[in-house]
Design a protein around this ligand. Sequence first.
Ligand code: ATP
Ligand code: MEV
Length: 529
Amino acid sequence: MTKPATPQLNGNAANPTRRTVARFSDADQSLPSRSRPTNGTAVDIDSQESSDGASSTESEQVNGAGKPKRPGMTRKASSPMAPAFMVSAPGKVIVFGEHAVVYGKAALAAAISLRSYLLVTTLSKSHRTVTLNFRDIGLSHTWDIDTLPWDIFQSPSKKKFYYDLVTSLDPELVEAIQPHLQGVAKGLPEDQRKTRVNSAFSFLYLFLSLGSPQSPGAIYTLRSTIPTSAGLGSSASVCVCLSAALLLQIRTLAGPHPDQPSEEAETQIERINRWAFVGELCIHGNPSGVDNTVSAGGKAVIYRRSDYSKPPTVVSLPTFPVLPLLLVDTRQSRSTATEVAKVGALKARHPAVTQSILDAIDQITASAQQLIDAPEFDGSTDESLAHIGTLIRINHGFLVSLGVSHPRLERIRELVDYADIGWTKLTGAGGGGCAITLLRPDAKPEVVRDLERKLANEGFNKYESTLGGDGVGVLWPAVLRNGSDEEGGEEIDQQKFENAEGPEGIERLVGVGLQERRESWKFWKRVPA
Ligand SMILES: Nc1ncnc2c1ncn2[C@@H]1O[C@H](COP(=O)(O)OP(=O)(O)OP(=O)(O)O)[C@@H](O)[C@H]1O
Ligand SMILES: C[C@@](O)(CCO)CC(=O)[O-]
């Protein structure tokens, strides 16, 4: 277990339950964390300057709750407010090892350039509410902070701290949350309600675990460019965003900043990842943790969790090649929890056979790792692409045997095989969702185009995404230089963010993608192996 680097935050080491909301002067609003001398603990998002946005936030953010700006008002020194800020985390593709990873085998997974973005707007002291505004899934719900079940979450036998490793949900805490989920998406059909309730559950569990009755009111607005139910780790990226935002709000994260020692960055990633995993437990039931791990740290990793009471082994793959991948969505939605349960049922009924398939998948991942780790490895050669491609094809065969493919996934594979231009496998939980195709280096562009046309005609969706991007990032305050004329940069307020049209609009407004224009986004960088 990584030792907490800053356990004495806010001087409440002896009794961290009593850690209260940040108290600092108005002049110091660029929170979360210039090193504050109050307790000798450096928690810093320095190098991220405060902006004019900070001083205007109170009235404007309350605006989000429907009040006009009152320019002449003087602020009370006792009502400090953090500026609006954003966090973002990527989706992922699993190249090898999905499902087997749930049983302690290794998986090779990489972050993708599709991402979730979460805008956190802190409300003034008088607003004692938290609102989830999750546009992609049509969830909008507000809770009164003072009526949430703090007593049980804060009781000494239950209280968990920001540095704790939580590997299962506490049934009593789960039960305490239930009454607060009853009003969520009331009146909708059960299947549509479930999506919203799952996300709300995940948020409340994290908010009640990490926050306190003194937590400030806030609006959490989420938009994602990752399709849901597609096997691309949408839920994990949402959980990473929530975890990072809540940990930032309670000022328990150092950085990110460009010259941060990599071990310190790793500690922050680990801290975010642990709570993101708890969020995933709320949504998926029995996740391996690979999705949130890739989303939190980014790039490509080999992941293994043999003992669920301990942190997983995560090995970065800095030499993972930029593979020519086609990412195709069946648009057949499914639930990860259901697909994971299917394999569980197969294993219970045919333990020896299922075990040997899982072991064989482990061998596939090991073979890929050996190839990539070899000093002479060059990911662009025909030979290495054919090696990886063959492993992709074999891995898919095993996933079919486990019963997690789908006729629409098989149709994609069939079309690619007919065109003879690459190797295909499902990625993620299967049962629908996405397939990845590694294109042969000699695939003729016109044949690829013809295949893409056929896929489109049959209702499949193609995604443009690159592999191996950054993990969780922070934009503090939520101000970007977007090439606009606004002095000091463009403030990302709630309305602008909500009104951004589709994935392109989101990328254009707040995307981390165009690094040269988006240097205000900062990332914790994982330590290379
Ligand atoms: N963009 C989003 N906004 C809010 N909640 C989301 C979003 N995406 C996913 N979720 C939550 O996660 C749940 C599971 O999502 P989904 O089945 O799409 O999993 P996934 O993470 O995309 O798939 P996989 O785990 O196979 O990669 C949803 O029911 C919803 O509660
Ligand atoms: C199917 C699975 O292996 C991958 C989902 O993206 C489930 C998990 O690892 O939690």
